[in-house]
Design a protein around this ligand. Structure first.
Ligand SMILES: NC(=O)c1ccc[n+]([C@@H]2O[C@H](COP(=O)([O-])OP(=O)(O)OC[C@H]3O[C@@H](n4cnc5c(N)ncnc54)[C@H](OP(=O)(O)O)[C@@H]3O)[C@@H](O)[C@H]2O)c1
Length: 275
């Protein structure tokens, strides 16, 4: 197999217990023999993932941790330092997506919670790990944002705000770290993962959603290929590309069109946004 910069590196992957983070972690381990510190909240899911890895499980180091907990990041990095472990890359993939709702009906706590997990946790991870990462010959920081930072979807103000914040933060970091570290921003469109578990209806039975989204595995492949090629900005999925293109040209029309499509769909998923 052709040599790749990812081979045998050590990565910290947050949100590695499920969905996109899990898929990326699996590729790093199975294809590149990477050591992965897999961060998630669910011990059970991390254990199941480890079992699924079979012979490669020795490269998998589960870390049960809440990414929004600053003390946990400090403890984790102290442990790495005292045991002399190196880390080459960080993939911030943990995220939550609150139920679709009208902005004025979203409790302030929800805004804070999403900001903590989808935005501040990435900064905490980067600040905590940077001293270790910078000792690597090829340090990498990959932040998984969302297409919702390219064109806000009605009913997602808290999530879109957090993802817009991480977009701005990462874009600045990409240019500040040029020549020092590979920094990337991933903006996926809809992918069928567990992130929609807090919604008021299951998304799998939702025709429009299934039509607009892609299987998680396909999205994982796209993210993986982008990282392998060291792409710094990834807009992934037809929906994400369309949002990016149309919003740049016709911002108001695009917002109105997205709202119109969701409203017309009459789906339970968006019920709270339009009632
Ligand atoms: N799926 C999509 O359509 C889509 C689209 C655009 C962007 N994204 C972004 O992609 C990333 C991955 O999402 P996904 O679709 O793979 O969702 P997912 O299947 O729900 O996975 C989310 C992961 O984040 C972890 N997590 C959540 N809160 C955490 C916390 N406080 N501390 C530690 N871990 C936490 C979860 O851990 P536990 O399961 O152990 O709790 C899980 O491993 C997210 O940042 C999401 O915003 C997803």
């Amino acid at each position: 197999m052709k040599k790749c910069w990812l081979d045998k590196k050590a990565f910290v992957v947050t949100g590695a217990s499920s969905g996109l983070g899990k898929g990326i972690a699996e590729k790093l381990i199975k294809i590149h023999g990477c050591t992965v510190y897999a961060i998630g909240r669910s011990e059970e899911k991390l254990r199941a993932f480890s079992e699924q890895l079979g012979d490669s499980a020795s490269l998998f180091i589960p870390v049960k941790m809440d990414v929004s907990d600053s003390a946990a990041w400090e403890a984790f990095t102290n442990e790495l330092k005292t045991s002399g472990k190196s880390v080459d890359g960080l993939i911030n993939c943990a995220g939550i997506f609150p139920p679709f709702n009208r902005t004025l009906n979203v409790p302030e706590d929800t805004f804070r919670q999403v900001m903590e997990v989808d935005y501040f946790a990435c900064i905490k991870a980067i600040n905590a790990l940077y001293p270790i990462l910078s000792a690597s010959p090829c340090p990498a920081i990959i932040n998984v944002g969302s297409a919702s930072s390219l064109a806000t979807i009605v009913g997602t103000s808290a999530y879109s705000a957090a993802k817009s914040a991480i977009k701005a933060y990462t874009e600045a970091l990409i240019y500040e770290q040029k020549g020092k570290a590979y920094v990337a921003l991933v903006m996926p469109g809809f992918a069928r993962t567990e992130i929609f578990r807090s919604q008021n209806s299951t998304i799998d039975s939702n025709k429009l959603f299934v039509m607009m989204s892609m299987p998680a595995e396909r999205m994982v492949n796209k993210i993986y290929r982008g990282i392998k090629r060291k792409r710094t900005r990834m807009v992934l999925g037809a929906d994400a590309k369309a949002m990016c293109f149309f919003y740049r040209l016709f911002p108001r029309l695009t917002m109105a069109a997205i709202k119109g499509v969701l409203k017309k769909s009459n789906m339970k998923l968006f019920e709270d946004v339009f009632k």
